[in-house]
Ligand binder design. Structure first.
Ligand code: PLP
Length: 422
């Protein structure tokens, strides 16, 4: 098979054969190393090196081609055991990973269990099933409704999609052909894959929304609610950080009313926000945590749903083919091992540098907001022309998620390019 396609050929073939999805610019990626991506920008005739300030939406948390990740892949292929169905037969890497995930997530490590899958949306899908299964086992048949937030993004499969409330295009027509995907505040929907109410998100930087939220909490009816799904920092929704006091009030009310708390850490998990999990900032011990992206080591897709033991499934209630495969699990273990070795002082320096430039956000997950979507998109394009790869978030923000181990020099370089483009 040829590896000599020109950039234009790759682009044209992508358009010809690839189903339309989320490709939004003309960068063709050919290689990568550390915090950099090597590729071609259609229209420019020279291949270039781009600073990757997206970490590929958080997947490449320790950059591209990290030796520890390559070594894990090598070791596993050396054993010639690249795949076995981890949910059908146990393997050493999978059990080690599940134990590790129980240890690093908040709460008693012996009081938890893990379901392994292949993506963020599957980790959310499993979380919904855990909640439903437990209610059924308890005979709590009235608890059919789920809560999530305006601005929420939890994935693209049935239950996860039902929880979403960020962009209309994600949901429009996928539950009801005539449905335009629009949801106003507090509106309940029965016609998604499950009944969901989307409530206002108490955004730390917006006093209005936190005041509204407190008033709203007083009248929030929870008797028929199964679980609430929370992103402590909304990623796709625009890097919006939840207000601490509002979260505490919400958690207290949910606990009092027997509502399960699920935290989606698919984007925030594994040190992206400066601590192992965003939950650690809030001293929150949820019933369920969803993990993916960074767990892949930027290499092998994986998802994980960590639950309190009492949520465990009955045999056969849930499974999959690729979850818990030894290759993905070995890579995930190597990634966690590297995260645990990150020099704290240097890490907090990097966070400080990023925070000084972009005060809104948490840890290495921050944003710059523009007046309009059009202006934001212009800056994204200009940055790309200046060899800085970025992605948007929400309607008019740019998301800053450089690798956690980026050097200070490269971090400053990226910030300076962005400043120039603005
Ligand atoms: N949950 C959150 C918070 C996400 O940011 C994403 C993806 O961006 C998902 C779930 C879905 O993950 P995936 O695209 O791996 O299915």
């Amino acid at each position: 098979m040829s590896e000599q396609l020109t950039a234009q050929q790759i682009y044209d073939m992508g358009k010809q054969y690839g189903a339309t999805s989320t490709v939004s610019n003309k960068l063709i990626i050919r290689g990568a190393s550390g915090s950099f991506i090597y590729g071609d920008l259609i229209g420019k005739n020279v291949p270039s090196i781009f600073l990757d300030f997206t970490s590929q939406v958080g997947c490449n948390a320790i950059g591209h081609g990290h030796l520890a990740i390559l070594d894990a892949i090598d070791k596993q292929s050396g054993m010639e055991l690249l795949h076995s169905c981890g949910n059908d037969w146990f393997n050493e890497q999978a059990v080690l990973l599940m134990k590790k995930l129980c240890e690093i997530t908040p709460g008693d490590s012996l009081g938890k269990k893990v379901f392994l899958s292949n993506s963020g949306t599957e980790s959310v899908e499993a979380a919904v099933k855990f909640c439903k299964a437990r209610r059924r086992k308890n005979g709590e048949f009235k608890r059919e409704r789920f809560l999530s937030f305006h601005g929420a993004f939890h994935g693209r499969s049935g239950f996860a999609l039902s929880l979403n409330c960020s962009k209309k295009v994600h949901t429009a027509g996928f539950f009801h052909l005539r449905d335009d995907g629009d949801l106003s505040f507090g509106q309940q929907t029965k016609d998604r894959a499950m009944p969901v109410s989307h409530i206002c998100f108490p955004h730390k930087y917006d006093r209005g929304s936190t005041e509204d939220f407190k008033a709203f909490l007083d009248i929030l009816f929870l008797e028929n609610v199964n679980a609430i799904f929370i992103e402590l920092v909304q990623g796709e929704g625009g890097i919006r950080v939840i207000d601490h006091e509002c979260l505490n009030l919400l958690v207290e009310k949910c606990r009092k009313n027997n509502v399960y708390i699920v935290v989606d850490e698919v984007q925030t998990g594994l040190m992206r926000t400066g601590k192992m999990f965003a939950c650690d900032h809030y001293k929150l011990e949820p019933d369920i945590i969803c993990i993916a992206k960074a767990l892949s080591g930027g290499a092998i897709p994986i998802g994980a749903t960590v639950v309190k033991k009492e949520f465990d499934f009955e045999p056969g209630q849930h499974s999959n083919t690729f979850g818990g495969n030894p290759l993905a699990c070995r890579v995930a273990l190597a990634l966690i091992n590297e995260l645990e070795k990150i020099n704290a002082r240097e890490f907090f320096n990097r966070i400080g540098i990023l925070e000084e430039f972009a005060p809104q956000g948490l840890g290495m997950m921050r944003r710059v907001v523009f007046d309009s979507k059009q202006r934001r998109d212009q800056v994204l394009d200009l940055a790309l022309d200046n060899l800085l790869l970025l992605i948007g978030a929400g309607e008019k923000a740019i998301r800053l998620m450089p690798p956690l181990n980026i050097s200070e020099q490269h971090l400053r370089l990226g910030i300076n390019i962005l400043k120039k483009c603005m």
